[in-house]
Ligand binder design. Structure first.
Ligand SMILES: C[S@@+](CC[C@H](N)C(=O)[O-])C[C@H]1O[C@@H](n2cnc3c(N)ncnc32)[C@H](O)[C@@H]1O
Length: 273
C-alpha cells in the first residue's frame, strides 16, 4: 500500500519470539489497508490495531481498551462445549433435528463469522466446512481453529472435524466438488434496528462487542446478495437449509420456512428439501 494513503488500522509487528509468519501478517495488512508499525510508533487513536498478545492475534479498538478476537477457550464459550450441553443448543437442535443417521451430518456453515455456531455444531459431532469472506475475521477464525487443533485439550478433536475456507460461499458452493453437504447453515448479518429492544433481544457485553465489531468491519449483504446466498444454499443442501435470524426479524429473502425454533436471542428458520 502507498505509505501516504490514510491507513484503516494498524498491525503491530510481532517480535521474532512470536514465531509468526511475517509474510502472512503483512499480506493481511495489505489486504485490509492497515499499516504495519512498531510498538513505539503506535498512535493513540481510535483506529483498530491488530496486536499479538498472549499467544494470539486480537483486534484492539478504542485505544487498546476493548479487544475482539476469536478464542474457543474463553470460559464463557468453553463452558458450552460439554457433549450433552451442546445437544441442547438451539443451533444444534435446528441443524440435527431428528437425524439418527450413523454417518456424521455434514454441514456447510456459509457465514462462519466468529465460528461460534459452527464450533458448537462440530462439537455435537457434525462434520463442518466453514466459510468466511471477511479477511480480518477469516484470519482470526483460522488462527483460533489452529490453536485448538494444536492444543492438547479435549476439544482438539472438535477442530479435526472442521475445514475452513476464506472466501465468498456463493463461489464456494458454485465450485463445490464431491458429496454435497447435508445441511447448509446461514447466519448473515442483519441490520440493527431501533425495534430490537422491543423484540426482547438480550445481549451480554461480549455479544454486544462482537456485534459492534461486525457492524464496523463486515459489510452488510445487500438484499440481492442475501437472495443469492439463499438460492445457492437451497440448490446445494442435501436435506435442509437452516437460517439464523433475530427474533421478530423478517425471513431471509422473504421465504417462509417450514418451521422455526425460537430462542431468547435468535430464531432458527428451517427449510427441509
Ligand atoms: C452474523 S456473522 C455470523 C456469526 C456466526 N454464526 C457465529 O456464530 O459466530 C455473519 C458473517 O457472515 C459473513 N458472510 C456474509 N455473507 C457471506 C458470504 N457470501 N460468504 C462468506 N461469508 C459471508 C460476514 O462476513 C459475517 O462475518
Amino acid at each position: 500500500m502507498n505509505e501516504r494513503q490514510v491507513p484503516k488500522g494498524y498491525v503491530l509487528l510481532a517480535n521474532e519470539k512470536d514465531n509468526l509468519s511475517f509474510d502472512s501478517v503483512s499480506s493481511l495488512a495489505q489486504r485490509l489497508h492497515f499499516h504495519t508499525i512498531n510498538e513505539e510508533n503506535l498512535p493513540i487513536d481510535s483506529l483498530p490495531k491488530l496486536i499479538f498478545e498472549n499467544n494470539q492475534w486480537r483486534v484492539f479498538t478504542d485505544d487498546r481498551k476493548a479487544t475482539v478476537g476469536v478464542d474457543f477457550f474463553l470460559p464463557s464459550f468453553y463452558s458450552r462445549l460439554s457433549r450433552q450441553g451442546s445437544e441442547k443448543e438451539n443451533v444444534v437442535r435446528a441443524v440435527k433435528g431428528r437425524n439418527k443417521a450413523e454417518l456424521p451430518l455434514s454441514v456447510l456453515d456459509a457465514t462462519a463469522g466468529f465460528g461460534h455456531d459452527g464450533f458448537l455444531l462440530a462439537n455435537a459431532g457434525c462434520q463442518l466446512t466453514m466459510v468466511e469472506k471477511n479477511p480480518l475475521l477469516a484470519f482470526l477464525l483460522a488462527q483460533a481453529i489452529h490453536r485448538v487443533a494444536n492444543s492438547d485439550d479435549i476439544i482438539a478433536e472438535v477442530a479435526s472435524r472442521i475445514i475452513f475456507h476464506e472466501g465468498d460461499s456463493v463461489d464456494v458452493m458454485k465450485n463445490w466438488q464431491g458429496r454435497r453437504p447435508d445441511v447448509v447453515y446461514l447466519d448473515p448479518m442483519y441490520r440493527v434496528t431501533e425495534q430490537e429492544p422491543r423484540r426482547g433481544l438480550k445481549k451480554t457485553a461480549a455479544v454486544k462487542k462482537n456485534m459492534a465489531f461486525l457492524q464496523q468491519f463486515a459489510a452488510h449483504n445487500s438484499v440481492a446478495e442475501d437472495q443469492l446466498l439463499f438460492k445457492s444454499a437451497i440448490e446445494m443442501a442435501g436435506s435442509k437449509v437452516v437460517i439464523k435470524r433475530a427474533p421478530g426479524a423478517e425471513h431471509l429473502a422473504l421465504q417462509t420456512p417450514a418451521s422455526s425454533i425460537e430462542g431468547k436471542s435468535a430464531r432458527f428458520d428451517i427449510y427441509p428439501l
